[in-house]
Design a protein. Sequence first.
Length: 194
Amino acid sequence: MLPVIEYSLSYCAPTGTERDALSALTLNPDARWHERMDHARFVATALHEGTRVGVGIVHTSVTAPTMVPSPMELGGMFVHPAYRRLGIRQYMAEARLTYALSMGGTPITVIDNRNQASWGYYERSARWTPEREYTGYVTGLPMTIWVSTESSWYRTGMGLNPLVPAQPNTVLPHAASPQRPLSLGPGQDNAVPA
């Protein structure tokens, strides 16, 4: 039987005990990890019976040499090995992309070219396209910056109209023949005539 996974979404940088618990999921919670966490705008956490088993963040501490405006990096994605292949990564990836697009940023992700699983996913996806390859500052190895094909920056560059996120409190159009309110007299109820 598959475990029941719950998700927690946060719109601020984790601190204290929460940061410590999320850092424990990574192989190496180094200074760069904490810099990303300091600049987190959105954090998706996967939980199984109250235990954190996955994390994915959207941050603005972008060090990759991207040329896109307002980059929001979908970085810091980790899922505990015992919980892989359950759809956790896909759920968190979708939540992060939706958030970055809804905030008007340009979603990017940076992939180490040796990471064949991630490379294969982005290469097959119509939602991402490579922006550029560069040599990683820390590793000295080839890295690729991928940009969302749903971002305004990409769509405008391709001659397409940008996608416009739904705005909060949008007034929806009324039905073709809206019902007019009834004038109720004494002793009448709110029944609408058929």
